[in-house]
Every structure is written in structure tokens, then in C-alpha cells.
Design a protein around this ligand. Structure first.
Ligand code: FAD
Length: 420
């Protein structure tokens, strides 16, 4: 890795060498040519910690179909940004870096080699091949914008000061702070004149009240429907795989739904999440099923009947939850008990106490509003020569490779423009 002296100024300094920063660095160095100096400064000891842990160590690089609806953020701006560098462009670009991607059943794209390390090495390798310089262990504390005394940005970091003609801020969000992404970039952006919308954990596992039965079901995954309500109004509903754990619930459907509970909760509202353990069955269809069973198989026990639809441990936990003996037969089930059971099966209230913390959240909701950057270049509308890319911006995607696609797309736009 090339050392970088504090003087004279570099052409472009990229603060944060994660997915967005590395992408920006590659495109900037490509556009600018070898005579220009492009430097990545990163506070971590080495680059790409989050890429390495992503997708369970396999890195879910992108998704076969990336649509603006897969993101939370200003829809039109998100659409325009994604159009500039879509999933096809990402697949082609990674192939040019020597990383072939494969599609899984869910539409998620992973490296053929199932290795996040290959993705990271390809990005760093390409950047260094283009004579880009990387300085790790340089945590940036403050950036001074160009002024009358100095036409360059002045970047104060742990090891000194760097001057740069242009700066890309790609410091990520707050998730997994030990990776180096601790939210400090927002303070820098604020001091440079940007606003930062409140930030919340998104794509996070949720904790349940210790009195709930989740710990008894730890390790069981099942297809469910999760719905979130605020003051009785349904604000989110999605289906997918839920994983019961010793602390509460996790799995893709929970991670995707989590922001709809976390954000209103942290705003002092009282969101309620309910789980339909029978997927998309309704109260009516489930009640009809029990009534039919009472007629056709009156001696069938509730435990055995439920075991046809649910994992055994789950059916035992639900019956215990509604205080019904599993040995009760379908013919003995009173109307009142039947309705309580159907409620528990199709709209089980989940006693959520909070999310599992920033070490377990995959992404941050909130950040620098997209309206404060030019969507064609990612250049700041507050300060010329400053660009923003990646999770630092107020946009977050659902599980499935969408957050990396956001990093590649915004990194591409910022790098191409800043390198010009
Ligand atoms: C466990 C986990 C699994 C994930 N899996 C996936 C997945 O499979 N697919 C997917 O699409 N998304 C996944 N994500 C989300 C994805 O990793 C992020 O959205 C993406 O990494 C954001 O890229 P970024 O470059 O904006 O920020 P980051 O990757 O967070 O990079 C920011 C960089 O900036 C540096 N930095 C921060 N502050 C400073 C400072 N003050 N000075 C200097 N450097 C600084 C950090 O050290 C870091 O290197 C996952 C996230 C986690 C936590």
C-alpha cells in the first residue's frame, strides 16, 4: 500500500473504503488516469470488514431484479440512481474484475466461488492496479471545506492532515461498529453543512419478552406472515422465513419487517407486530378448518391436528400459550377456545422488547437526505467537490443484495464524476 504525504494535495480523497468507497475509487482512478492521485483513507486496520461478513461469508453481491420498491428512500431519486448502474451493470462489472456471479433460487446473486474474500480482493486488487493508494488506520475526524486561504479540502485524520481537491464521503452507517462504521461520517457531513435525518437500526433481529416461548423453539425456521400495526392501522405486511432463537426472532422476514417496528417504537409510538403462523391462511379459513375437523374427526387430538400444519414444538407452544390441553379432541373444542386458538395461530402478538443492537443490525435507516446530492453525480448540493456514496445516505434496501447494489451504484456515480 502506497504511503501518502500530507503535501501537495491529492486529486481525490475517499473517506471510507467499504463497498461504496472502493467502487468509487476504482471508477475515479479509471476516469482520472494514472497521473492523478486517488487515495482511500479508512479508520479500520484493513478494508472491507463488512464485505467479508456479508451473506454469511459468501457476499450476496446483488439481486437479479433490483427495483426502487426494494428500498426505503425517495423513490424517484432511488430509481434514477439505480438506473445509472443496475444489477446487469454490476454483474458485468464484477465479471470484468474476475468475479463471476451465480443466481440462487431466491434471485440473490453470489460469487460462483461462494466467497466474500474473492469479492473484496478483486475490488482492492483493481484499485491498486490503477495506482490508487490505500491508507488504513486513518480515522477522519474533521473535514474543512475549501476557503479563501486554501482552495483544497483539508482532512484531519488520526495520523495527520491530508489536502485534497475533491472528497468522496463513504463512511457507511452505524451497523456493525467494530467494522469501523460507527456513524462518525454523519458528524463530518453535518459540519460540512449537510442535514442528517434521525438514524435507526434496520434489518435487525428482534428481542422478545423473556416470558414468551421463543427460547423453547430456538432453531426452528418457518414460513410466516408478519404484519405491523400502529394504532390499529396495518403499516407493513410481508411473508417469508422466520427463525425462532434464544433471544427472540430473526430470519429474512423479521429483518425486513424490523424497521417498521423499530422506527415508530423509537419515535415513542406503540407499534404491534403480529405473526400469522399459518402463512397466508385467514382467521376465517383456519376457523373453518377446525369446525370441519370437529365434524369429520371429532376424536382427533388438537396436538395431532396441529402437528399436520406446524412443527411439533411450535404446536405444543401455541396450545400451552392459549392454555389448551393438547390431548383435547377436536370434538371437545369449545367455540371460545377455538377462537382463541385461531387468533393465536393467525395473529399471534409478538411481545417485542427491542432490536438486538447495532452489532447485529445489517444496515442503518436514515442519513444524509438524497435531496442534498445531485443524483446524476452524487455531488453535494451544499459544497462543490464533495460527493457522498453508500449507506451514509438516507436509503436502505431489503435483504437480498440490495444494499450492496446501492453501494455499487452510488460509488460508480460518485467515482465517475469526481474522477473527471
Ligand atoms: C452482517 C452483515 C451482513 C450483510 N450482508 C449483506 C449482503 O449479503 N448483501 C448486501 O447487499 N448487504 C449486506 N449487508 C449490508 C452491506 O454490508 C452495507 O450496506 C454496505 O457494506 C455499505 O457499504 P458502505 O461502503 O456504504 O459502508 P461500509 O461498508 O460500512 O464502509 C464504510 C467504511 O468507512 C470507514 N469509516 C467509517 N467512519 C470513518 C471515519 N471517520 N474515518 C475513516 N474511515 C471511516 C469504515 O471503517 C468502513 O471501512 C450486510 C451488513 C452486515 C452488517
Amino acid at each position: 500500500m502506497n504511503p501518502v504525504s500530507n503535501n501537495p494535495p491529492v486529486d481525490l480523497a475517499i473517506i471510507g473504503g467499504g463497498a461504496a468507497g472502493l467502487t468509487a475509487g476504482i471508477f475515479a482512478a479509471q476516469v482520472a488516469g494514472r497521473s492523478k492521485r486517488v487515495v482511500i483513507l479508512d479508520g479500520a486496520k484493513s478494508l472491507g470488514a463488512k464485505i467479508l461478513v456479508s451473506g454469511g461469508g459468501r457476499c450476496n453481491v446483488t439481486h437479479e431484479a433490483v427495483r426502487p420498491e426494494d428500498f426505503n428512500g425517495s423513490r424517484n431519486l432511488v430509481r434514477n440512481i439505480l438506473l445509472a448502474f443496475d444489477a446487469t451493470a454490476a454483474v458485468r462489472w464484477f465479471a470484468s474484475l474476475g468475479v463471476e456471479l451465480k443466481r440462487e433460487e431466491t434471485g440473490k446473486l453470489f460469487p460462483v466461488a461462494d466467497s466474500a474474500r474473492i469479492v473484496l480482493n478483486a475490488l482492492i486488487g483493481r484499485f491498486e492496479e490503477l495506482d490508487g493508494a490505500v491508507q488504513c488506520g486513518c480515522r477522519v475526524m474533521k473535514i474543512f471545506s475549501p476557503g479563501e486561504d486554501d482552495p483544497c479540502f483539508k482532512i484531519d485524520h488520526g495520523r495527520g492532515t491530508l489536502r485534497a481537491h475533491r472528497v468522496i464521503l463513504s463512511t457507511g452507517g452505524r451497523s456493525l461498529p467494530r467494522s469501523g462504521s460507527d456513524g462518525s461520517g454523519w458528524e463530518i457531513a453535518r459540519e460540512l453543512g449537510h442535514t442528517v435525518t434521525p438514524t435507526y437500526a434496520a434489518l435487525a433481529p428482534l428481542m422478545l419478552d423473556a416470558k414468551m416461548f421463543h427460547a423453547d423453539l430456538a432453531g426452528i425456521a418457518m414460513e410466516v406472515e408478519l404484519a405491523t400495526f400502529i394504532e390499529g392501522k396495518r403499516v407493513d405486511c410481508r411473508t417469508g422465513s422466520l427463525l425462532w432463537t434464544h433471544f427472540g426472532i430473526s430470519g429474512p422476514v423479521v429483518m425486513d419487517a424490523s424497521r417498521h417496528w423499530i422506527i415508530p417504537h423509537e419515535m415513542g409510538r406503540k407499534p404491534v407486530m403480529k405473526c400469522n403462523l399459518l402463512g397466508t391462511e385467514t382467521f376465517e379459513s383456519t376457523e373453518r378448518w377446525w369446525i370441519d375437523l370437529a365434524g369429520t374427526r371429532p376424536k382427533f387430538t388438537l396436538g395431532n391436528a396441529l402437528a399436520q400444519r406446524l412443527p411439533e414444538r411450535v404446536s405444543a407452544a401455541i396450545l400451552s400459550h392459549v392454555a389448551i390441553d393438547p390431548a383435547t379432541t377436536c370434538g371437545q373444542l369449545s367455540r371460545e377456545a377455538r377462537r382463541a386458538l385461531v387468533h393465536a395461530l393467525t395473529a399471534l402478538p409478538l411481545p417485542i422488547t427491542g432490536h438486538r443492537g447495532w452489532n447485529y443490525a445489517e444496515v442503518t435507516a436514515g442519513g444524509v437526505p438524497l435531496q442534498e446530492v445531485n443524483y446524476r453525480t452524487m455531488e453535494s448540493r451544499k459544497i462543490g467537490g464533495l460527493y457522498l456514496a453508500g449507506e451514509i445516505l438516507d436509503c436502505d434496501g431489503r435483504i437480498g443484495g440490495f444494499n450492496f447494489q446501492w453501494a455499487w451504484a452510488t460509488g460508480y456515480l460518485a467515482g465517475t464524476a469526481a474522477g473527471r
